[in-house]
Design a binder for this molecule. Structure first.
Ligand code: ASP
Ligand code: MG
Length: 403
């Protein structure tokens, strides 16, 4: 029989009314003849609340106790769902990570799943039951409870889909799917019907927060089709799948924007082998992620300019690290906090020539200056002044026919 894994996020199970709705959704799959496995997050706010409690008890709350504590929200939501399903006539029970068990390593608060024993789940499915499995949790080899990182129930769902050889995994959330761009930035953003894993990875690492990005990577490695849909309105959502399954590629699938970049330019850096390494080594040692990097050719062979971007949250630290870096000599340094990165993403650009040109021309027609550029096989990113973001998104959305 065909197994589906349905995952519900925190807002989807955020109130008693919503839990009743979720039970009805689960019921429709069961009535269609599927074997249904449910994975749930905690009711929204519960995990945050538990984390706050740990902070009030101790500054450095014991790591293994932390996971036992913050995983508790899922026990509540899962038993409520199972209770409701039983009430409306189904055979259902909650299952915590330790009861299955889902084995992980012992990297508390950010553990990785090592294996899942599927026998109890399969047995229960055979009896016609609907197991409601706690997302976000497992146990280590010493049987201590572990958690999988914030948003980790997506990860639980994908891994369960893999171990159970499910025909699909549906992520129920509070948005109608993956959007062509941020609807808060551009009103005419549309829902994307189909997207490849690779594009989805770019979109989520660039700020589209529909799914935890590690989970997208796990789905890709295991070739699991994932649908993202709303638990509030009935619609088909977005299918995340392999490229081969997508027949009608658009040139560009989506546009993402980041809102908190800062640009740093070192002017007149003495150019000798190893200078770039000397600039970036202290940043890497301090876990500061450098995004775009541009180094000019030195006209005179002695001096060059180096520009790079970081997340603005790291700006203070970066300023200090540059100031106290004795290994580089430069004329001056310029910091700019008012920049944003806008990226167009699409596997279609691999086979379509001229995409870069179209992007640059469209921006130039609107008088938007490009400060830095970076590209990958399926993505072109440009850095622009933050005040131009809305204009730039609207222009590119139209240019690539996403409206
Ligand atoms: N409840 C956990 C969290 O808030 C896991 C999840 O929502 O996926 O991070
Ligand atoms: Mg969540």
């Amino acid at each position: 029989m065909k197994i589906v894994v349905l995952k519900f996020g925190g807002t989807s199970v955020g109130t008693i009314d919503r839990i009743k709705k979720v039970a009805n959704i689960i019921s429709t799959y069961k009535k269609k003849g599927y074997q249904v496995v449910v994975v749930s997050s905690a009711m929204s706010g519960y995990t945050n609340d538990l984390i706050k409690k740990s902070e009030k008890v101790a500054e450095n709350f014991k790591k293994s106790e932390y996971d036992t504590l913050v995983s508790a929200g899922e026990q509540i939501s899962c038993s409520l769902i199972a209770g409701r399903l039983s009430h409306i006539g189904h055979f259902s029970k909650s299952m915590m990570g330790w009861q299955i068990p889902i084995y992980t390593d012992d990297n508390y608060s950010n553990a990785k799943i090592k294996s899942v024993n599927t026998s109890k789940i399969k047995e229960y499915l055979k009896q016609g039951g609907i197991p409601i499995i706690a997302g976000f949790q497992g146990i280590d080899k010493n049987e201590r409870i572990t958690t999988l990182g914030r948003g980790g129930s997506d990860y639980s769902a994908i891994v369960l889909a893999k171990y159970l050889k499910a025909i699909k995994c549906v992520i129920y959330t509070d948005v109608i799917g993956v959007m062509t761009t941020d609807p808060k930035v551009y009103k005419r953003a549309r829902k994307i019907k189909v997207i490849s894993y690779e594009e989805m990875l770019e979109m989520s690492s660039l700020g589209s927060k529909v799914m935890q990005s590690n989970s997208v990577q796990d789905a890709r490695l295991n070739r699991i089709d994932v649908s993202v849909k709303s638990s509030f309105v009935k619609n088909v959502g977005t299918l995340i799948t392999k490229r081969k399954n997508i027949i009608d590629h658009k040139v560009i699938t989506g546009i993402s924007v980041t809102k908190s970049d800062s640009k740093i330019t070192l002017v007149g850096v003495v150019d000798r082998p190893g200078v770039a390494a000397s600039v970036f080594e202290p940043l890497s040692v301090n876990n500061i992620n450098v995004d775009m990097v541009v180094q000019n050719i030195s006209a005179d062979g002695h001096k060059t300019d180096i520009t790079f971007t970081i997340n603005s949250k790291d700006l203070n630290k970066t300023q200090k690290l540059i100031k106290y870096n004795k290994r580089i000599k430069f004329k001056k340094v310029i910091f700019d906090q008012n920049v944003s990165k806008i990226s167009i993403i699409g596997v279609g650009m691999i086979t379509t020539p001229g995409v870069t040109f179209r992007m640059f021309q469209a921006l130039s027609k609107k008088n938007i200056n490009i400060l830095a550029i970076s590209t990958s096989e399926i993505k072109i990113s440009v850095l622009i002044n933050r005040k131009n973001i809305r204009k730039a998104v609207a222009t590119l959305h139209k240019e690539f026919k996403l409206d």
